[in-house]
Design a protein around this ligand. Structure first.
Ligand SMILES: [Zn+2]
Length: 147
């Protein structure tokens, strides 16, 4: 999971209200194309639960559709999920999944680590230890961060 500054600037919206609890200031959004285009925004407190719930629901709907096979009564495909945030918790989830599967090899790991260094100031909160260790192990030292 590479992160990009332009997206993070968009996601960290201090004037938006959380669609779950109404708090001012959001760090994440869920976008849907179906049934109609919509964007929901979430604060730092609501996001981890909101994200997990939406991923679980998506997997459940996908499973239900798969198990119905090609039957005419099969439920529709779940709406594509667009989940984006400037939360380190998303990065930690991603890294734990990738590291467990041994799925990040250099130079990909270096690009990913460099993107975390370059964007750390736009992420929400301090860099978690697991991310810090990943950066220490894989960063090329060239963050490409604008001056
Ligand atoms: Zn909230």
């Amino acid at each position: 999971m590479l992160i990009a500054r332009s997206l993070l600037i968009e996601l960290n919206d201090k004037r938006a209200r959380c669609d779950r609890c109404g708090a001012l200031g959001t760090i994440a959004r869920a976008t849907y194309d179906m049934p109609r285009p919509s964007v929901l925004r979430f604060c730092r407190d609501c996001w981890p639960t909101e994200r997990r719930d939406r991923i679980d629901r998506y997997r459940e709907e996908s499973r239900a559709r798969m198990s119905a096979g090609g039957a005419p009564t099969a439920p529709p495909a779940p709406a594509p999920l667009g989940l984006e945030s400037c939360s380190w918790s998303d990065v930690v989830d991603f890294l734990e999944e990738m590291l467990a599967a041994d799925a990040l090899t250099s130079p990909t790991a270096a690009s990913v680590a460099d993107s975390y260094v370059a964007c750390a100031d736009l992420m929400d909160g301090p860099i978690p230890d697991v991310v810090q260790r990943f950066i220490g192990r894989h960063s090329s030292g060239e963050s490409g961060r604008p001056e």
